[in-house]
Design a protein around this ligand. Structure first.
Ligand code: GLC
Length: 482
């Protein structure tokens, strides 16, 4: 399977490359920048949604699953992009959002029975939407109250309705026919809910991953993750055939494991949300190493995406190299978010915010060169670049000591690392593991020197000289022979 050991690069299409000067990225822009992905050596790109959308949730509210929003281009542009990516050996993943549509999708008007309705004239229960407020809203067409796990503009589909399953299987086939190699599947633990719509109990134990406060006040016993959810997901599996499907299962590893019955991979969100404290990193890695499908790693490792503060913002700029080394030396498949390779941090977002849930900061444009617009657009960017003079792709290429070169070297090196990983007991301040019998990775995320575990020849270090003399400098790491 091509994705074992692969690196998938997440493109946020609005913010990657604008080709027509309207200040919003587009498909032709992505195609123009494919050589950057080839330079890094990634195996695939995943695009956040490009479907027609009224943008209540920046594309995660889809009004037509089988077309491209004109702001991004056309289906012909899409096919051209897939062909160009494939010429470079780069696969293409779509973002599939099966659990809800836009309120403006014709299905909501024409097939109300495809959605979930309250049996009473008001909210059916105490369920809370992810971004706050009741998960029930009054239908603008006067048909009662409908369920929405996210914004009110995103009504939830009822996956117990056979026509919904058939329609979404058709969507999967539509894109496979256009050459896509797989799907990142959105918010999948929301796909099926309690059929009796019972109240969620108050949260009694920590969830294990960060949640917005109001949403986190309940235990989502009935509003997510219903026992028959896997029957519904099997429909997507069948439609996808051999194509890769990666589940966005927002649960700690133990809860995500059953999803590997159908998904090839599930995101390892414990690592994403760990702090740089070594004990927490070891626990997060250890938990996700247990995720398996058919004896192969089931974790999709990820440390940055469009929903949460970016890596330098969460981990500190001093840790970006060592974090890259961690992400790219774990066994299985790794996801890199656009801009991670140049150390792009969060920006200020827009005023007033575009995203009501406060996620603009992680969505600023890619920085290609040191111009005021960072080479992203000839027009006024929808969100300003953060700091294109300080960090950008063209300066990074010229500097062989740059973070971007470290990404490239790690991506090349990871293919040769041995099977599996085993955490080493290497002292409190160090995160260390073996890869197969032949490699050791040792990482120091702390402000102090740490004693290095035993290893042989250093194959790659975050900086020159790291690991010599039996110590790991602050915020450094090595990949070495065992
Ligand atoms: C996923 C997406 C996020 C979106 C949500 C609802 O978590 O990553 O951006 O808001 O699903 O579709």
């Amino acid at each position: 399977m091509w994705w074992r050991n692969a690196v998938v690069y997440q493109v946020y299409p609005r913010s990657f490359q604008d080709s027509d000067g309207d200040g919003v990225g587009d498909l032709r822009g992505i195609e123009q920048r494919l050589d950057h992905l080839a330079w890094l050596g990634v195996d695939a790109l995943w695009m956040s949604p490009i479907y027609p959308s009224p943008l209540a949730d920046f594309g995660y509210d889809i009004a037509d699953y089988t077309d491209v929003d004109p702001v991004y281009g056309s289906l012909a542009d899409f096919e051209a992009l897939v062909a160009s990516a494939h010429e470079r050996g780069i696969r293409v993943l779509m973002d599939l959002v099966p659990s809800h549509t836009s309120i403006e999708h014709p299905w909501f008007r024409d097939h109300p029975d495809w959605y979930i309705w309250s049996p009473v004239d008001g909210p059916a229960n105490n369920w809370v939407a992810s971004f706050g407020g009741s998960a029930w809203s009054r239908d603008p067409h006067g048909r009662g109250w409908y369920l929405h796990s996210f914004y009110p503009e995103q009504p939830d589909l009822n996956w117990r309705v056979p026509e919904v399953r058939e329609a979404m299987a058709g969507v999967v086939r539509f894109w496979l026919d256009r050459g896509v190699d797989g799907f990142r599947v959105d918010a999948i633990d929301r796909l099926v809910k309690d059929s009796q719509l019972r109240d969620d109990p108050p949260a009694s134990a920590p969830f294990g991953l960060p949640l917005p406060e109001e949403y986190g006040s309940l235990e989502h016993l009935y509003s997510t993750n219903a026992p028959d959810i896997h029957e519904a997901i099997a429909v997507l599996r069948d439609a996808a055939g051999d194509a890769l499907i990666v589940g966005e299962v927002y649960l700690p590893s133990a809860g995500a494991a059953p999803y590997l019955d159908n998904f090839d991979l599930v995101f390892a969100f414990e690592l994403f949300h760990a702090t740089p404290a070594p004990s927490g990193l070891r626990a997060a890695v250890g938990a996700a190493l247990g995720l398996e499908r058919g004896g192969e790693p089931g974790a999709a490792w990820v440390m940055s995406n469009h929903d949460f503060p970016r890596l330098p913002t969460r981990f500190g700029r001093e840790n970006v190299g060592v974090a890259a080394m961690l992400l790219l030396t774990l066994p299985g498949t790794a996801f890199v978010y656009q801009g991670d390779e140049i150390g792009l941090a969060d920006g200020p977002g827009h005023d007033p915010p575009f995203d009501r849930a406060g996620r603009d900061g992680a969505r600023h444009p890619m920085q290609w060169d040191p111009g005021a617009r960072g080479g992203f657009s000839d027009g006024e960017p929808w969100l300003d670049p953060v700091d294109p003079f300080d960090r950008n792709v063209s300066d990074s290429i010229r500097d062989q000591e740059s973070l971007m070169w470290l990404y490239r070297r790690l991506i090349e090196l990871r293919r040769g690392l041995g099977r599996g990983a085993r955490l080493l007991d290497a002292g409190d301040g160090v995160v260390a593991y073996t890869r197969g019998d032949s490699h050791v990775v040792a990482l120091n995320f702390t402000d102090a020197e740490q004693p290095a575990p035993a290893f042989g020849e250093v194959l790659l270090a975050t900086a020159d000289g790291v690991g010599e003399g039996g110590v790991l400098e602050p915020h450094s790491g090595v990949v070495a022979r065992a």
